[in-house]
Design a protein around this ligand. Sequence first.
Ligand code: ADP
Ligand code: MG
Length: 170
Amino acid sequence: MPLLEERTLTLPDEAATARLGAALAGAVRVLPPQTVHVQLSGDLGAGKTTLSRAILRALGHPGKVRSPTYTLCEPYQVARADGSPLTVYHFDLYRFADPEEWADAGFRDCFAEPALNLVEWPEKAGRLLGEPDLHLLLQSDTGDADDAAERRTVTLRAYTQTGLTLLCAC
Ligand code: ADP
Ligand code: MG
């Protein structure tokens, strides 16, 4: 799948990450029902779960959003803008020792229904996961300025028209 567009944004603090999550959620909730595949890459602590949490909150999930580090997948039910149901699957594949675990876990089924699939550590599933609509790479700022602790950069890459719609909302 060709790369359609790439954009890099600076997130000066956690509030900016929350706003990015809200922008992505706003675009997702007006899409027609379909499988939306979003991958989140970056080192431990880069902010993948924080951004996923912001997306779920902005989609109206009222409760806790736990990191799926141990459960591998956490399902959520929220609503689209028109009130129809929207299923979200939040994955964290960090603990995969082998990409075959993706097939063994039966997670492919989650991509066969209309749902928003948020996948942390997509690299761990190798090529079995397939191309995303949108890929996000979160990176900590390596600068040593006082205000660098919260600063992140995020590189968004759209591979499909759906991904492009999401990217353009950010
Ligand atoms: P990951 O899922 O990538 O391992 P987490 O989201 O669990 O990372 O952790 C990110 C940590 O960094 C959290 O403790 C969060 O409060 C902190 N943080 C600081 N600034 C930011 C920011 N701009 N965006 C996201 N997280 C941030
Ligand atoms: Mg995480």
